[in-house]
Ligand binder design. Structure first.
Ligand SMILES: Cc1ncc(COP(=O)(O)O)c(C=O)c1O
Length: 390
């Protein structure tokens, strides 16, 4: 079956955060939303069908993960990432942001230091701060048009941190970390007793020929000292269902973390989260392949458009997922003026770079390419229309 990713779906009026929260977030409700990290594509037919089938039964009482769900999850992790997980090493969680938050509460004390690399997905900055931990940031460098870790800075800062929260692949720009980088992180974190939280929510969206390497698989150190989060939510555009999973191979760490999760009562999950995840992981290969081909085309479209019409914009193109990092600093326009131009004149909603790590990123914006090509071109034309050509 050939899936149609060109179709524009009307999402307004469905309590959809990306389209229906524009007024509260940006002050206008008629912007083209290129911000929240979900896709404007239909969730797969086989997921919708599984949910519909479950709704044919008239009782929606308490539920639990089925053997079919665990098989679908373990097969997916094993076949794609060589993660040899049994269901004992896994735990359902309603969402990864919540999962990271639970991990901070379970494994650190107030004021303990938590390391992140910036720019990064904003909750990585907010969760440590809001849970009374001390946030430590190691800025990434840009090398050959992609993000790279400054290992001297990283090691200096890791020395007295308790946890490193890593986005693997990296949000905001879909950088895929190779095994050499991950092994170096494992070596440093192991020497300084830093637990690594590897958030791999974007892993399935790695764009060929890039390959995702799951952190826990690179070395014994990495395996013993890590918590890995995975989810079908980005992959199959089902983020609204709250269906994620964490993998902790080390039994001691697992006990400390899973006890907390059980105490919080999140293991019960919800009927649609389990139903959708099982259907997605069991039937999703072909849909995902076609969707990744489409995303790759959108990345080429972005690149070609920038070369032709916006050559002053520097870009970090995604190697995974649908998020690209745009740097407008060569225009010499202030952050306020730039934001106003994009919102008030172009009427496009992008994610403001400052939310990914502060003032250093005030000329940067993240754009979401997970949409029909026509919508992407509309957004790019709007942006090009309000920026000086010379
Ligand atoms: C790196 C990363 N982690 C976690 C999330 C959100 O995960 P969840 O919806 O499961 O809390 C996102 C969403 O954009 C993300 O980019």
């Amino acid at each position: 079956m050939k899936y149609n990713f060109d179709e524009m779906i009307e999402r307004r009026g469905t309590n959809c955060f990306k389209w229906d929260a524009l007024l509260s977030m940006y002050g206008y409700d008629d912007l083209l939303p290129m911000w929240v990290a979900d896709m404007d594509f239909c969730s797969p037919d086989f997921v919708m069908e599984a949910i519909r089938r479950r709704c044919d039964h008239p009782v929606l009482g308490y539920t639990m993960p089925s053997e079919g769900y665990w098989k679908a999850v373990t097969d997916w992790l094993g076949n794609r990432y060589n993660i040899v997980a049994s269901k004992e090493t896994l735990h359902f969680i309603p969402g990864i942001v919540a999962g990271i938050s639970f991990a901070l509460l379970a494994l650190t004390q107030p004021n303990d230091k938590v390391l992140v690399t910036t720019p990064v997905y904003p909750p990585f900055l907010n969760l440590p701060r809001e849970s009374g931990r001390t946030l430590v940031c190691s800025p990434l460098k840009i090398e050959n048009g992609r993000f790279a870790i400054d290992f001297d800075d990283f090691e200096r800062k890791a020395e007295d941190c308790k946890i490193f929260i890593m986005s693997n692949p990296h949000n905001p720009a879909g950088t895929v970390w190779g095994s050499d980088v991950l092994m170096r992180i494992a070596d440093i974190c192991n020497r300084h007793n830093v637990i690594v939280i590897s958030d791999e929510i974007h892993a399935d969206l790695t764009l060929p020929p890039h390959k995702h390497v799951s952190y826990s698989t690179v070395s014994t150190n990495a395996c013993d000292n890590s918590i890995t989060f995975m989810a079908p939510s980005k992959t199959f555009n089902i983020a609204g269902l709250g269906s994620s999973v964490c993998y902790v191979p080390n039994p001691d760490l697992r006990k400390r973390f899973f006890c907390w999760l059980d105490a919080l009562g999140v293991a019960g999950g919800n009927i649609f989260a389990f139903t959708a995840a099982e259907a997605a992981f069991s039937n999703g290969d072909e849909w995902l392949k076609q969707m990744l081909d489409y995303l790759k085309e959108n990345v080429f479209t972005l690149q070609a458009f920038l070369n032709a019409r916006l050559p002053k914009v520097k870009v970090v193109l995604p190697e995974a997922s649908y998020l690209a990092w745009l740097d407008f600093s060569d225009y010499g326009i202030s952050h306020k003026e730039l934001a106003e131009k994009l919102i008030k004149e172009a009427r496009v909603a992008l994610n403001d770079g400052t939310t990914f790590g502060g003032e250093a990123y005030e000329c940067c914006f993240r754009i979401n390419l997970g949409c029909p090509k026509s919508m992407l071109l509309d957004a790019l034309n709007r942006i090009a229309g309000v920026l000086p050509t010379a």
